[in-house]
Design a protein around this ligand. Structure first.
Ligand code: H79
Length: 420
């Protein structure tokens, strides 16, 4: 089990001065990324030998204690001929996502790239015989997104010395340090030298990794690609930014660089029986909530073994993209606004502008703001191309803005306030 899921306190973002680090500029601007969990687990898709296996799909090998020799045989069946890198990248771009993080290697140990350090990879072990990371790298270049890799540095249920598999291997006999030195590091180097510029490496479940080992991974990444970021789950409270626990949104604003990794349904890797899809409204509001507290939203899809992103995920990402097309100005490159902790709204800011995200439209459209730190000089709806001025008046202890009587956007109506 994961001991450390990446507490929010992790990461050098907490260090004084870290906020000036220009390497994080693109990531702070981006706010919204696509997570892709794709691997052999998409074949069983939550079912093993006729039984539905509870829990998250990519954990099936662990949860069902599938022997390596048996799980390995999935590779021979993996032939995702419907995979289309251009389509995936275009989906993310149209959803308003600025970076993609894909599983290069998850805990099951199967490598979704052509690695020279193992034959247990998508090019050497499957009939597919293509390297999807290479195709995605080319498409991300073409379409202007940053490609990033998830890499499970501690758990590897296939490698005899990796962490986590105690049903094939004897845990005390494992040479974990040897695994880190002679397998993890060469593979991380490979990922950073074969696919062009990489936005960040997303490590996960540090568990038994030591501070020296975590630090040497951070150093390795920065040595090869100085601009490449490392997430906090590299372990031992280091890294360039913090990841919250999976699917957890902090209750308040955090003065750190942080990100919530999250699912659209309940699984990361594809599961055929998981239909618990969050609504577009829920997802858009989660994005706004996260951004208003200073975080990024890394939202996951789990493609099928054929290489298809499930239609419910596609539909939701499109809906988010449509909302962002109109309202993106209030999300990208913003910082948390001054009004925090209110049920009915969220706020984000840019110099000279305060974006009021109204979730519950008030009766008669009377938007009452408790004292804002700066003077509001004008207001208009972000979705209004004419930018028609909304009446602004001062009242005791705050500001009253008179909007339309009915909510212009049932999900989140953004009111732009020009402030001194
Ligand atoms: O990659 C995704 C997850 O697979 C990974 N993090 C995200 C981004 C992750 N690794 N560990 N965990 C999440 C904690 C998971 C614990 C559980 Fe289980 C897995 C609970 C249910 C399935 C282990 C196996 C404990 C019970 C069964």
């Amino acid at each position: 089990m994961a001991v450390d899921q990446g507490a929010i306190r992790q990461g050098s973002a907490q260090r004084p001065g870290a906020r000036q680090d220009p390497r994080l500029d693109w990531w702070r601007e981006a706010r919204f990324g696509l997570f892709i969990h794709w691997g052999l687990y998409a074949i069983p898709a939550g079912e093993w030998k006729g039984e539905f296996v509870p829990g998250i799909g990519e954990w099936i090998m662990h949860r069902a204690r599938i022997p390596v020799a048996e799980y390995e045989r999935l590779a021979g069946q993996f032939n995702p001929v419907r995979f289309d890198a251009a389509e995936w990248v275009s989906l993310a771009r149209r959803a308003g996502q600025k970076y993609i993080v894909i599983t290069a290697k998850h805990h099951d140990g199967f490598c979704m790239f052509d690695s020279r350090w193992t034959d247990y990879d998508i090019v050497d072990a499957t009939p597919f015989n293509r390297d999807p990371l290479r195709e995605l790298a080319a498409e991300c270049q073409r379409q202007g997104l940053r490609l990033c890799f998830y890499y499970s540095q501690t758990q590897d249920w296939h490698h005899p010395d990796g962490d986590g598999n105690d049903w094939d291997y004897d845990e005390p006999k494992k040479d974990f340090a040897g695994y880190v030195e002679s397998y993890v590091k060469p593979q991380v180097r490979e990922l950073l030298t074969s696919y062009g510029p990489i936005g960040l490496i997303w490590f996960d479940t540090p568990k038994r990794i030591t501070l020296e080992q975590s630090q040497s991974l951070v150093d390795l990444v920065h040595e090869i690609q100085p601009a490449c970021l490392v997430n906090g789950r590299v372990g031992n409270h280091i890294g360039d930014y913090a990841s919250t626990r999976d699917n957890v949104i902090p209750s308040e604003l955090l003065h750190a660089d942080w990100e919530t990794p999250a699912t659209i349904n309940d699984t990361w890797g594809f599961k055929k029986d998981d239909h618990n899809w969050k609504s577009p409204q829920d997802l858009i509001r989660k994005l706004v909530d996260i951004v208003s507290k200073g975080g990024n939203y890394l939202l996951n899809v789990g493609p099928t073994a054929e290489g298809v992103i499930p239609q419910p995920s596609v539909d939701r990402l499109r809906a988010m993209g449509q909302w962002l097309e109109v309202n993106g100005e209030s999300v990208y490159g913003t910082r948390p606004g001054p009004l925090q902790g209110l049920d009915w709204c969220r706020t984000t800011i840019k110099p000279g502008q305060l974006y009021l995200h109204v979730l519950d439209w008030p009766a008669r459209g009377e938007l009452r703001l408790p004292g804002t730190p700066s003077e509001v000089t004008s207001a208009h709806l972000l979705a209004d191309p004419a930018r028609a001025a909304l009446p602004v008046s001062r009242e005791s202890g705050g500001v009253l803005i008179k909007g339309p009587a009915t909510p212009p956007d049932a999900i989140d109506t953004v009111v732009v306030l020009t402030v001194d």
